[in-house]
Design a protein around this ligand. Sequence first.
Ligand SMILES: Cc1ncc(COP(=O)(O)O)c(C=O)c1O
Length: 417
Amino acid sequence: MKPVFSVLSPNVEQDDIRLAQNVLENISDYQRKNYAQQLAEAVRQYLSADYVIPFQSGRSALWAIIRSYQWPAGSQIILPGFTCAAAVNPVIWSGLEPVFIDVDHNLNIDLNKVEPKISKKTRAILIQHTFGLPVEMDRVKDLAQRHNLVVIEDCAHSLGAYFQDRPVGSWGEASFFSFGRDKILSSVFGGVATTNDKKLGSEIKQAAQEGSQPSRGWIKQQLRHPLLVDRWVQPYYLRGELGRRLLLILQKTRILSKAMTRREKRGELTAMAPMKMPNELAVLALNQFTKLDRYNNHRQTIADFYRSKLKKLPVSMTDDKIGRVYLKFPIILSDKESADGLLKHLRRQKIYLYDGWKDTPIVPSDVDLAAMRYHWGSCPRAEDLSGRIVNLPTHINVSAEDAARVVQEIENFFAGL
Ligand SMILES: Cc1ncc(COP(=O)(O)O)c(C=O)c1O
């Protein structure tokens, strides 16, 4: 039985693996070429943005953006209450205070709940297009204008998405994208900051220049990820989930990296940020960039299939808006027990859908919420939905047959209840 994975190098195809191998074998050659600049240029053209600055991660890019504004300590930034610690940390590291706003049924910030939380200290609103579903940016711009707030877009999930006639990432004063391991495109680590503002653009560039260069050891860790996941981790999942233990060992022995350090989960500053995007990883992202439309079209096809098949089941789905991309296809079950039960049932069928976006408003689930300045109870809807969510995979390695098997097993689960 072919296993289905939700995470574990979801975007990686054989050419990406061959490329990673080649970079590992000829690392000095790749280091010398200007792939990071080529990547920035490709994104710049795609978004029609004036300035695109590459970073080693989305969180580094966001940190550079926030620091460029030089807001006084204690200033507040508004964020959605359903997010990733990697988006919260740059706020905390800059000495600013995150203010979390509950989400709507689409897992995006509830724009009706923002205004009462705006104070004299509020400087900016961070808009995250969760799992690729664009927030209504005309409403955001209007709100921001009325309260004199800067709009920053978190496009970590949404490369290729549009709101109205403009790509996400072109609405905010500044935006960032991620090429992390399970994003729309992946170079295991990577990201860019974008803006059309000349002064801001040069300040972000300055931050990037001052950022350190990742060590060769760290770069190699990332380059090994697609190779080892494909050759060892995934195949061994079929043998009593040995692959899962193998992954933990590879991470513990630092042969592979983790997506987030233990210190970051406690809100502590990590030596990882802000760093420059190394050419050795940028070349992987560039290769992925040529596949962007194919990947997003594939995701749409799989999502359409899920939507058509699941509407007769007792699950709710997020809106199918024009311009959205489907990083994942979230379904919401009636209660947490059913969601946990479904994940367990699927896992027994070798469909591994646990992706970390579960049981916590700020992922990963072992994050220190207090360190994130999140007060339990402050975003009840995000807390509730995070218990009931199951994200179905849409990535390029999920075939039509895999998607049919996922649906069949969801049907079997409900039939057995
Ligand atoms: C919503 C969101 N924002 C920001 C980030 C940060 O991106 P990166 O992992 O490239 O730092 C992530 C992913 O980790 C994310 O899921």
